[in-house]
Design a protein around this ligand. Structure first.
Ligand SMILES: NC(=O)c1ccc[n+]([C@@H]2O[C@H](COP(=O)([O-])OP(=O)(O)OC[C@H]3O[C@@H](n4cnc5c(N)ncnc54)[C@H](O)[C@@H]3O)[C@@H](O)[C@H]2O)c1
Length: 397
């Protein structure tokens, strides 16, 4: 008989929906030794979280997330709340003997992330696991890029160029929690650079040694206060008051860095790149070849082979939709049929369930130890921007 693990989801916003969808889909698409049982979802409003539980298939709902830590049928806590709540919730869940998967950025601050990393170290002695939802690792094209580097197809790497460009953060966007430092930690930086730092580390298998030349800017200093509940991310649909409040996070943060194996890297995250809606991009230039990924065309990886006849060289577009390029293809649709944003979450759920059943994940999972390294880079970039100086990673403990 397949054993199940009860999932307790905290948060019923954008990520709450994405995760609920994935926990519901994983048992259907994947043959797993441990099924996910959607046990309880916790929210802030009894009515809304009750409706959410009924719609997405949870057995129960609650407005007291801590009550889930006393439920013997829950073995995994999934944290999808604002960044400043990740540490409190993850640490309490680990201490209560539950596995944890927590949204990115790991935390709002390095100090909170360190507490999470330490709690995960302690809990690992009890056989518990803790991961961060860096879901883009499971875009087949990104996982394939990781394989190409591992197989030596790029040779020596010279450049890593990462950008995450969005444009929803204009002056009409109200003062959502994402613009308030005490809730978010940082702005575009923690939100978007966290993803591309993880992707760059994951694809290259390399680590930053130094961060330099960081620039941080808050273009829109004041935003309208929100009254009532808005739609996802941009606050579209939220009723705005007349009063204004101060935005206390960056709208954009760019920085450069050096990597252990000699490559130089650049990172750019912004919510004001007009015309770029979700351009999560990574380009890597190596001696033998180059690759580039853009989430706006997520099923494809672009590839330049520098080892072939010079007259035949050119960028090619590899559809990552078959067994050679898509690590989860047999679980979804026949080869050549595209997948979307939500599949990366479902695939992550399947890898979590694999590990909980004692197997290896298909694509490496970012655990708290791994995600802490990304958080160190985020912190180094903030230091570089604020103190206007290069920061050696060895300075950031
Ligand atoms: N992996 C990704 O691609 C991705 C995308 C968007 C957001 N995120 C991350 O996910 C997290 C949440 O973002 P979001 O867009 O879903 O925000 P959101 O505002 O849509 O949702 C947050 C939810 O948390 C709930 N919540 C807050 N405090 C709670 C408490 N004490 N108990 C129970 N529920 C509580 C709120 O009711 C809300 O439903 C953030 O850390 C964000 O950075 C990740």
């Amino acid at each position: 008989m397949t054993k199940s693990i009860g999932v307790g989801l905290i948060g019923n916003g954008f990520m709450g929906r994405a995760h609920a969808n994935a926990w519901g889909a994983v048992n259907r698409f994947f043959t797993v030794k441990r099924h996910a049982r959607m046990k309880t979802v916790a929210g802030l409003s009894e009515k809304r979280v009750g409706e959410f539980a009924a719609r997405w298939g949870f057995d129960e709902s609650t407005i007291d997330w801590r009550s889930m830590l006393e439920d013997d049928e829950i073995g995994l806590i999934d944290v999808t709340t604002e960044n400043n709540k990740h540490a409190e919730m993850s640490v309490a869940a680990l201490e209560s003997g539950r596995n944890v998967c927590c949204e990115k950025p790991m935390a709002g601050t390095l100090e909170e992330a360190r507490a999470m990393r330490n709690a995960a170290r302690k809990a690992s002695r009890r056989g518990l696991h803790a991961w961060v939802w860096f879901n883009y690792r499971r875009c087949p094209a990104v996982a394939f890029a990781h394989q190409l580097v591992k197989r030596g197809k790029l040779g020596r790497i010279f450049h890593v160029r990462a950008q995450y460009l969005q444009d929803w953060g204009g002056p009409d966007t109200p003062l959502l929690w994402r613009f308030i430092g005490k809730h978010a930690g940082s702005g575009a930086h923690g939100d978007l650079n966290a993803h591309i730092i993880d992707m760059a580390r994951f694809v290259t298998g390399d680590e930053l040694t130094e961060v330099t030349g960081a620039i941080e800017e808050t273009f829109i200093k004041e935003r309208r206060l929100v009254e009532g509940v808005g739609g996802p991310i941009s606050g579209k649909g939220a009723s705005r008051g007349k009063r204004m409040g101060r935005s206390t996070v960056d709208d954009c943060l760019m920085f450069m860095g050096r990597m252990k194996q000699g490559a130089v890297a650049s990172f750019e995250a912004t919510r004001l790149a007009t015309g770029n809606q979700n351009a999560n991009r990574l380009e890597i230039n190596g001696e033998k070849g180059s690759l580039r990924f853009d989430f706006e065309r997520m099923n494809a990886l672009e590839w330049w082979d520098n080892t072939i006849d010079p007259g035949l060289r050119g960028w090619s577009r590899i559809m990552c939709t078959d067994a050679d390029t898509h690590p989860y293809v047999e679980n979804y649709w026949p080869a050549a049929h595209l997948i979307g944003y939500e599949h990366c979450f479902t695939s992550m759920c399947s890898d979590i369930l694999r590990v909980l059943a004692g197997n290896k994940p298909v694509v490496p999972l970012p655990d708290f130890e791994d995600a802490y390294q990304t958080q160190r880079v985020l912190h180094a970039a903030l230091l570089s921007a604020r103190e206007k100086r290069p920061v050696k990673m060895s300075e950031v403990k």
